[in-house]
Design a protein around this ligand. Structure first.
Ligand SMILES: [Zn+2]
Length: 458
């Protein structure tokens, strides 16, 4: 009983502080941040520059190098301090000039072209392509059961993302094993390639790429994604003609690692410059679309969060550092390098936006219950921005190596019904980003950075 009383008291104290915060000087700060940000929506102008000059920023590419340079320029133009590049070696996979697939004519049908793209990290097919029958499965378990009939075939993984789930990230998480592990599973069953239904809830003819892996002990067979429309066509034809044949040609390859960089800029803290709050996203993206939502948005929001504080003339007590991480999509080298390069510094918090540049809904807090309770006192302020859905959970992939060292992590949670319509595909372009929604994410990050800087976390 006494524990219950103590808990109730703690809750009452937090509520009192929260009520005080909502009416106090902090609420005036929220109003100023909102008005200043929404008036010009600078994050969008920055994102336009990034995606126009460097649309394809896959690690190791010329586009990624241009992205590094543009981010550095933007940070300098916005007046950030200590703008610099942290060098990091990154993998260099290239898509190559050819990627095509077709159902070969036979039975009652002519050639049916399928919209496909190589999965990131895939080996190529032979120049003439692979021509084989197809085994359609919905899961690895089904493939294991039917392994006897997989030999020499293209294994077609066709389990859709589950549309009945409210959270699209959950639907993605429950389907993406097919993309990441499909080629290994196909090869272990004696298959010659993996063809994977695109990770999207959209029904269109656009294939979605993404990373896939190999195991040293398993033969490397090519992996490709097929559009959802193509997957449904192939599945329907297979039902009528189980022995139809598909030809798949991919010309992708892995080249030697190349030098690249994380890009950093900051506002130096006035009282505790040695205490650092990181806010960032990943600068690299797939070579489809222009990485507008994933994750040009998160990068430009981080720069804008700092720029907003500067425009308001605020000088935080602790250092706030924007970091554009390199190589999240196919290696996480930038995130790992940051954590080890800066291990000697005192990090107070690490914040990431990597769920798309949509309207913010809240914060996902990665840390213990005391941390969660501590930041929950600020919820009324975030409610003013429509972003007071605070949950305990994952923060961000790029900051995960930093968070693994015990640093509290924070992920910007956003409205995400449309995210996977665009994710890793030609659909991920600037026109899918709304300037106000993008800016609201930057405003939420600016507020979170500033509150942590001024009040600490506990
Ligand atoms: Zn991302």
């Amino acid at each position: 009983v006494s524990e219950m009383i103590v808990r109730s008291l703690v809750v009452v104290l937090f509520l009192m502080r929260a009520v005080a915060a909502a009416g106090g000087p902090d609420s005036a700060l929220v109003e100023k941040l909102t008005a200043t940000g929404l008036r010009t929506c600078d994050a969008y102008a920055m994102l336009a520059r990034l995606t126009t000059a460097a649309p394809h920023r896959l690690a190791g590419s010329d586009g990624a190098a241009r992205g590094v340079e543009i981010s550095r320029q933007l940070m300098q133009e916005k007046g950030l301090s200590n703008v610099r590049l942290d060098p990091v070696m990154v993998p260099h996979w290239v898509r190559g000039p050819v990627e095509e697939a077709a159902i070969l004519p036979g039975g009652a049908h002519d050639t049916v072209h399928l919209a496909v793209c190589a999965l990131g990290g895939s080996v190529p097919t032979s120049p003439g392509g692979i021509e084989a029958e197809v085994l359609e499965v919905r899961s690895f378990e089904e493939l294991h059961r039917r392994a006897a009939s997989a030999k020499g075939k293209i294994v077609f993984f066709n389990r859709p993302m589950d549309p009945s789930l409210l959270e699209t990230f959950q639907a993605y998480g429950r389907a993406v094993d097919q993309r990441g592990g499909g080629a290994v599973e196909a090869a272990m069953a004696g298959g010659v390639a993996a063809l994977v239904r695109s990770m999207t809830l959209a029904h269109d003819n656009v294939p979605h790429t993404g990373s896939m892996g190999y195991k040293d002990s398993v033969e490397r067979v090519p992996g490709a994604a097929v559009s959802t429309v193509g997957a449904d066509s192939l599945s329907a034809l297979l039902a009528r003609e189980p022995h139809l044949r598909v030809r798949l040609r991919l010309a992708c390859e892995t080249l030697p690692d190349v030098p690249s960089a994380n890009v950093l800029g900051e506002i130096v803290g006035s009282e505790h410059p040695e205490e650092v709050i990181v806010v960032g996203g990943h600068l690299d993206c797939w070579d489809k679309g222009s990485g507008a939502h994933d994750d040009g948005a998160g990068c430009m929001q981080a720069i804008e969060a700092l720029s907003l504080l500067k425009r308001l003339g605020l000088t935080p007590r602790r250092t706030i550092r924007a970091v554009m991480f390199m190589n999240e999509e196919n290696g996480l080298r930038g995130g790992r390098a940051y954590a080890s390069d800066h291990a000697g510094e005192h990090h107070v918090a690490a914040i990431e936006s990597d769920m798309g540049g949509f309207a913010p809904r809240g914060i996902s807090v990665q840390g213990d219950s005391a941390l969660f309770l501590g930041v929950s006192r600020w919820r009324p302020l975030f409610a003013m921005l429509g972003a007071d859905k605070f949950v305990q959970g994952h923060s961000g992939v790029d900051i995960s190596p930093t968070v693994a060292r015990g640093v509290p992590g924070f992920g910007l949670d956003v409205e995400n019904h449309r995210y996977f319509d665009y994710h890793h595909s030609d659909n991920d372009t600037l026109d899918k980003v709304n300037p106000r929604e993008l800016e609201m994410g930057a405003i939420v990050e600016a507020l979170l950075c500033y509150l942590i800087s001024e009040e600490g976390l506990r």
